[in-house]
Design a binder for this molecule. Structure first.
Ligand code: GLN
Length: 486
């Protein structure tokens, strides 16, 4: 198999043994990008020269034996994370020319671990969307079939991993944006517990929901990336000062004694039969390999889409007020007055979905409606959180689909934002409650598109998620199916 088709753990071994150099590996991945990027369109910014320089530096460290856990590994980064000296567009015209003066903490940690940053990958504008079609620079495509969406908003991250245009990637998840594209592209994606990974340098969408996490080719790589990016950061007051375990250690144990809840509300009408079948098969496997499964109930599931689509836009309307043409990004230079300048800069710099969210959010927070919308949504959010607390008193994990359907065709739902919002129903409650969730490939639709299994756990129980996902992966061997199909 070619180098770009391998995983972090395989390549790290080869690099350490000097069977391959970081420069050779980086060149190989850059060639792969050259070959398939026309079809996939995962990257917004690509930095081949910078990548080779980083790889040269990695080779020196590898020779000295001082390389970190990602030393020499080519990575892509969702374009919502600040990268010093490299454009960070958030998929928006508004920030088309924004070059941050600093690195996000998560990016800095990847660099310190020796990661080679190839460039920045496409996403829905300001991470608002489920298809990546809201990207101002064109949507990335699903590498399994480029007529289909790759999911979103971290679509470029998932597509670049699935197409072997990088070895692993970082994405962000506010309502499913790591897990959903991971599921649609047949890769592993983990949304950590809120507070596990520093959000410093992540351009905010909805601050109480946003989390950064890895998209990788297998569960072992996911654990390795989590080891690097997790941990308390004085620069993020919501990061939690909690010890970070060695996540890789969790991967060796079996599932005996583990109790997995199957939330009945996640298997209701609207669930595609092919998705249901693949997920049920995986649940059977979890049972065969030692887990006990029980049906459980999350009674407030029906409200989570409504709650999310009040709270997330409310926070977004406040967070995006900073794009006023004065401090950041695009400015309309033709306006005569300050007010016109604000208006024109925002009208021209922001796309339709972002405007829709700002309008909804501003409405929900306005004085006459606050009690009816934002306050009520916040109260129901607490009930949703309590549903999870209740089930995790008796269960270790929850297993379910990630999305109600496999990926759909590009453009198919472009005029129907509501049906796209509804497709988030199985992922957004984890963000409302702050709990971790992983998507692990578990099968394929009749059309040959990947399907993911979602495993959720209580706060800071990522080890259990990884353990269950790893055991399942060992049985399914799906990751071996994923290369060289483009
Ligand atoms: N699809 C959801 C939304 O559009 C989630 C996005 C995300 O997780 N960033 O808000």
């Amino acid at each position: 198999m070619s180098l770009h088709g391998l995983t972090i753990h395989e390549l790290r071994e080869m690099l350490a043994q000097r069977q391959v150099s970081a420069v050779e590996l980086t060149r190989d991945v850059l060639h792969r990008i050259e070959k398939v990027e026309d079809k996939v369109k995962a990257y917004i910014t690509l930095d081949p020269e910078g990548a080779i320089e980083q790889a040269e530096a990695a080779d020196i460290k590898l020779k000295e034996g001082t390389g970190g856990p990602l030393c020499g590994i080519p990575l892509s980064i969702k374009d919502v994370l600040c990268t010093a000296g490299m454009p960070t567009t958030c998929g928006s015209r508004m920030l088309e020319n924004f070059i941050p003066p600093y690195n996000a903490t998560s990016v800095m940690k990847l660099k310190e671990a020796g990661g080679v940053l190839l460039g920045k990958v496409a996403m829905d504008e300001f991470a608002m969307g489920s298809t990546s079609e809201n990207c101002a620079f064109g949507p990335p495509k699903n590498p399994w079939n480029t007529e289909y969406i790759c999911g979103g908003s971290s679509g470029g991250s998932a597509a670049s991993v699935a197409a072997d245009e990088c070895i692993a990637s970082l994405g962000t998840d506010t309502g499913g944006s790591i897990r959903q594209p991971a599921s649609h592209c047949g890769v592993v994606g983990l949304k950590p517990t809120y507070g596990r990974v520093s959000r410093y340098g992540l351009v905010a969408f909805a601050s109480s929901l946003d989390q950064i996490g890895p998209l990788t080719k297998d569960v072992t790589d996911c654990a390795l990336m989590m080891n690097v990016i997790s941990g308390y950061d004085v620069k993020d007051s919501t990061s939690v000062n909690q010890q970070v375990p060695d996540f890789r250690k969790a991967l060796t144990e079996g599932l005996q004694g583990m109790k997995v809840g199957i939330p009945k509300e996640y298997f209701s009408k609207g669930l595609d039969p092919e998705v249901e079948k693949a997920v049920q098969q995986s649940i059977n496997i979890l049972r065969e390999i030692g887990a006990e499964t029980v049906e459980v109930s999350l009674p407030h599931t029906d409200y989570c889409v409504a709650v999310y689509y009040i709270i997330a836009p409310a926070e977004a309307s406040s967070n995006l007020a900073r794009y006023d043409g004065v401090r950041y990004g695009f400015r309309d230079k033709s306006s005569d007055t300050l007010l016109d300048m604000y208006k024109n800069s925002r009208s021209q710099g922001l796309g339709a979905e972002v405007k829709r969210r700002i309008i909804i959010g501003t409405y929900g927070l306005s004085s006459g409606y606050y009690d009816a919308y934002y306050k009520k949504a916040s109260q129901v959010r607490t009930l949703i959180t309590e549903d999870f607390k209740e089930v995790f008193k008796t269960c270790d994990l929850l297993a379910s689909p990630v999305t109600p359907t496999p990926a759909w065709k590009l453009g198919e739902k472009a005029d129907d934002p509501l049906s796209v919002y509804l497709s988030d129903i199985l992922t957004i409650s984890a963000n409302l409650a702050g709990i971790p969730g992983i998507s692990v490939p578990c099968g394929f639709s009749g059309a040959g598109l990947p399907i993911g299994l979602q495993i959720q756990g209580a706060h800071f129980q990522e080890e259990k998620l990884l353990k269950a996902a790893y055991n399942l992966e060992q049985r399914l061997n799906i990751s071996q199916l994923r290369t060289e199909y483009l």
